[in-house]
Design a protein around this ligand. Sequence first.
Ligand SMILES: [Zn+2]
Length: 341
Amino acid sequence: MSRDAEIPASIRVRHTPPWLEVALQCWSADSPGQPRGHAFLLLSDDHMEAALLGELLSETQLCQAPQGAAACGECRSCRAIAQGAHGDLMVVSRPEGKNAIGIDQIRSAAQFLQQTAMYGSLKILLIKDADAMTLAAANSLLKTLEEPAGNTLILLTTAEAWRLAPTIRSRCQRFPLPPCRPEQAATWLISELDCSQAEAERLVEMTQCQPVAAWAMQQAGEVPVRDSLWRSFEQLGAGAHGVPADWNGVNASRLVSESLVWVEYHTRESMMSRDRQQGERWLVLHRCLTEVAARLKQGATPAHDILTAELNRLFRSRSHDAFPEVATRFLEGLGRLGVAG
Ligand SMILES: [Zn+2]
């Protein structure tokens, strides 16, 4: 599972992560009874975590008997949410297999907000990965944000707020999630997945301390794929030759997004250890991969064998003196790779 992974309709965790409990408490403390504004941007580096907070907030705000800052889990409203059938909550996310939220989805959401509330007085629209909205969808949402109907709460979740139109951002109050510590993340993963301390620590490491993303990855059976890809990246850095067999069944965008997460992990590590030369090399590698990722997102379809051969060469040369030239040639040759801008 990569940063582009689809968010499930409902992220059902058994225990609310403690740092999200803190976020829920902050929200209630800021707005006892009713929220102050009607539109919020829930921000986290982990898009799964932002979406999970969106779900928890929706549940709490609609709950008929909230327990402090949390939903009771038993009232009519909570039961309806658990069944995915609450008449006053609409969840919008990228449709399966698509990479954007379209204008039709936002138009139906606007109509939904116009209708009378069925349970109480509040209606909630939750848009997960709001940065995936097309320009037309975002423009359509603007009107709803400017003139909300009745008692409505609009929650937009994102890990990449910069992708959102400034007009959308300026109409929402920002609600950044508190970061969690690696020990906290591991403890939560152990309770949630019944895994060992070592497994939990490896998950925290592989996701750069994004435990909700790690949880989702494990639920989707994706951990072995990331694990084998990461090992193959490490081996290339250590001088292994040939395109790793583990890359064969993996599509280009997955391969590139997994390498990006891996490179980001190492960039951060080398910055922490103040190894400037290594840090710069990781940054150059990062730039190469970001370029490829952006073009793949725009619809480029490179031949798999050519792309993997070039990535292989790039990764293998990271510790060689000629790495800067190899990276420059890689960037110049993106057109030949079939991923020209
Ligand atoms: Zn309830």
